[in-house]
Design a binder for this molecule. Structure first.
Ligand code: SF4
Length: 412
């Protein structure tokens, strides 16, 4: 297999949007794309909700949304907000008075669902109160709760209907003096979600909050979310994201953060494990070893890109961009740094050796670890690869196939 060799920096331009500040976290206007998630506890249960907010921050959330669905929830927010490690957004449905209460509780942002707050006067009242406090509002349009009039006119929750709802709501907020607005047009159907955001991006320069709504449990929910969110991010669309998974919200935050890291939109802050998928050449149980390496290196808290390759024939070369890696070969583990073999150890010790090298690499740096490579180890690795190739033969039957291609070309 061939592993990606492109550098981790961003390779696509971001769409210019206005910038707003959500409790000190910039959103839009070229700011780093942020990760959001939402608590699942009862908001009135302050301690349980705060514990989840801390867990979400630990998993990568920059902003956390909390439902404000009754007076007790609003009172809970008044206690949660000053103790939260991240800005809190209150999620409001139906009752505009709860939005006013959440503002009073000190939240950093509001999310309003225009399909649920139908009275324009109520939306304006919330907008005016938010503007007075400098609190941004997200217009959170959702295909599942679109205004019935729009649904009837468009014949369903099509992208155009979602965008019309969003633009109308932005207008209402602006009229009331609220200009710090971000927008989402979420849909459970990925192609419709992508189409809605593309259309919205043409029609407004507001920062966009991306998400596939009601994506469901992993792995299906993850696949849907990544398909929709990554497609848009790679077109430069999107300023903040949320995975809506039917799972522990910590998984949402982790997934969101990882997606941004793999797209080069956020700096990697932990382990990035590269592993070959294994094949007939594998000298070890790649899946079991990869799991063990992941568990042990995560426990070390090292921020490294680490490769686990099933054989020394192709492993070190294919994973040369990794900081550190291990490739198996005939009862031995070949430890490599930036594609250069630095040590050969017995197979039973290869994971221990990898973890130890990871610690040293983090402490001493690449140059020092390359300089400390065991003498003659590159020759040993080259010999092991040649032995393995010899023992396993040419898995692709290259010589035979080349001869047949030559025969076909010459017409004999
Ligand atoms: S076992 Fe070797 S050849 Fe097979 S996928 Fe892994 S690194 Fe590639």
């Amino acid at each position: 297999m061939t592993l990606p060799t492109s550098p981790p920096e961003m390779t696509f331009a971001r769409r210019p949007t206005r910038r707003l500040s959500l409790g000190g976290i910039p959103v839009g206007g070229g700011a780093p794309v942020t990760v959001q998630s939402m608590t699942t506890t009862r908001t009135a249960d302050v301690e349980a909700t705060l514990a989840q907010v801390y867990a979400l921050k630990g998993a990568g959330a920059d902003i956390v949304r909390i439902t404000c669905n009754d007076v007790e929830a609003a009172q809970g927010l008044a206690e949660i907000v000053p103790r939260s490690p991240v800005p809190i957004v209150a999620d409001i449905h139906f009752q505009y008075r709860l939005a006013l209460a959440a503002l009073e509780a000190g939240v950093a942002g509001l999310r309003l669902n225009p399909g649920n707050i139908r009275n324009p006067a109520h939306v304006r009242a919330v907008a005016a109160a938010a503007a007075e406090r400098g609190v941004p509002i997200r217009v959170g349009v959702n295909a599942g709760s679109l205004d019935p009039e729009l649904l009837a006119r468009y014949g369903g929750p099509v992208p155009e209907a979602l965008v019309e709802s969003a633009l109308y709501e932005i207008g209402l907020l602006e009229e009331a003096g609220c200009t710090d607005v971000k927008v989402s047009v979420k849909h459970a159907h990925v192609p419709s979600m992508v189409a809605a955001y593309r259309l919205l991006a043409e029609r407004t320069d507001r920062p966009l909050h991306l998400g596939v709504t009601e994506a469901g449990p992993p792995p299906g929910g993850l696949i849907k979310s990544v398909a929709g969110i990554a497609t848009l991010l790679m077109e430069g669309i999107g300023d903040t994201i949320r995975f809506s998974l039917t799972a522990d919200p910590v998984e949402e935050a982790e997934a969101g953060r990882r997606l941004l890291e793999v797209l080069g939109l956020r700096e990697r802050r932990g382990l990035d494990l590269i592993a070959c998928p294994s094949c007939g050449r594998a000298e070890v149980d790649v899946i079991a070893i990869t799991r063990e390496v992941e568990r042990r290196l995560q426990a070390e808290g090292l921020s490294l890109q680490v490769a686990v390759m099933g054989c020394v024939v192709n492993g070190p070369g294919e994973a040369r961009q990794a900081d550190l890696g291990i490739a198996a070969g005939k009862g031995k583990g070949h430890l490599f740094v930036k594609g250069r073999v630095v040590r050969v150890v017995p197979e039973a010790e290869m994971v221990d050796a990898l973890v130890e090298e990871g610690r040293r690499l983090a402490a001493e740096g690449v140059e020092a670890r390359l300089a400390a490579a065991d003498a003659g180890v590159a020759d040993l690795a080259a010999q092991a690869a040649a032995d393995l190739r010899e023992a396993q033969g040419d898995a692709n039957r290259t010589a035979e196939r080349r001869a047949r291609v030559a025969d076909a070309a010459s017409g004999d």
